[in-house]
Design a protein around this ligand. Structure first.
Ligand SMILES: O=C(O)CCC(=O)C(=O)O
Ligand SMILES: [Fe+2]
Length: 326
């Protein structure tokens, strides 16, 4: 970190530069230094800002200047075709008191995944849909690169990298594309949230936004930090699955989105997700007499259903669901 970034880290989120690393060469020059920063950030904040210049201003302009606008300009009937039988997948919108809409694309880093979404939204294929697919897939591949580097670094930092293939390489990817319209005067008065406070249930989440801030993150001592990523950086969260695997040694912060000002906020959020029947439990290497297991084993799918139903209004559904030790 340069001195300025260190200063920012005191006032805001840690800022970690991934530019020197090669995603296919774990252990390359610079890796250990970045890993130490990632380890520190996920233990302390549960999230950080990652600088990755491959996410160029041109790519972001294509994504936020045209791709997302094409998605949200679709008629509501088309958006309603983005359905899923799984909670938190598919189209979300028209939620009372939330000025928020979002659509989800499964396997967005694979040409077939993004094409399946595009075919559903725009049944008449056109050159514009080909550009859409290329752009979404291009961004998604970069976010998946970051996801895999961070996942590996977290496991390495706890000396449990032998679990990388079973815990990280088996995950699916889902891209949520969200629109948070600028509030009109009435809404402003009511101080509407764009997205309610929540913890991410999954493994790793990577948020890429247009240059309209609004994501707020709670620190362990109860202060709220506004994420203000630079044009070539993204915000990365460690989710509850990582907190469970590391037996509570990492943090998964509460966060929400508040929109103000006069510009609409757009974000793309890449989630890495275990399969529904995947059993999540503290890794045996991180449980011993002085660190008893904090969480009981659970399947990812049953936890997600709990969050959607019984755990809906609970501040920390993960602990309500599976915590066994104080
Ligand atoms: O849009 C954002 O910045 C974050 C959204 C988020 O936290 C989520 O969808 O889980
Ligand atoms: Fe989130």
């Amino acid at each position: 970190m340069c001195p300025d970034d260190q200063k920012n880290a005191v006032l805001g989120l840690p800022k970690i530069d991934f530019n020197a690393l090669h995603p296919d060469r774990p252990g390359c020059e610079g890796w250990a230094e970045v890993r130490a920063q990632v380890a520190d950030a996920v233990r302390t904040y549960g999230c950080f800002e990652a600088v990755y210049n491959k996410v160029t201003p041109e790519l972001k302009e294509k994504v936020f200047g045209s791709v997302v606008k094409d998605m949200f300009n679709l008629p509501i009937e088309a958006k309603h075709r983005n359905v899923s039988n799984k909670p938190f997948h598919g189209y979300l919108g028209q939620i009372p008191n939330l000025s928020y809409e979002s659509l989800t694309i499964m396997h967005p880093h694979q040409p077939d995944g993004v094409k399946a979404f595009a075919d559903l939204m725009w049944p008449q294929a056109s050159p514009a849909t080909a550009t859409f697919c290329e752009t979404v897939c291009g961004l998604s591949k970069l976010l998946v690169e970051l996801d895999r580097m961070v996942g590996r670094m977290v496991l390495e930092s706890f000396g449990v990298e032998k679990h990388y293939d079973s815990l990280m390489n088996t995950n699916k990817f889902m891209l949520r594309v969200s629109e948070y319209p600028a509030p009109d005067k009435d809404e402003e008065k009511k101080k509407l949230l764009g997205l309610v406070p929540h913890h991410d249930k999954n493994v790793i989440t990577i948020v890429c936004q247009n240059q309209v801030d609004g994501l707020d993150i709670e620190t362990q001592d109860g202060q709220w930090i506004r994420a203000m990523p630079s044009p070539s950086s993204v915000i990365i969260f460690a989710g509850e699955a990582i907190r469970a695997w590391t037996n509570g040694r990492t943090y998964s912060p509460l966060h929400n989105v508040k929109v103000g000002g006069s510009e609409t906020r757009y974000s793309t959020i890449m989630f890495s997700l275990p399969d529904d029947d995947f059993v999540i439990e503290p890794l045996p290497e991180l449980v011993d007499e002085s660190h008893p297991a904090l969480f009981r084993p659970y399947t990812y799918g049953e936890f997600v259903r709990f969050c959607h139903f019984e755990g809906r209004d609970i501040k920390c559904p993960h602990d309500a669901f599976c915590r066994i030790a104080p």
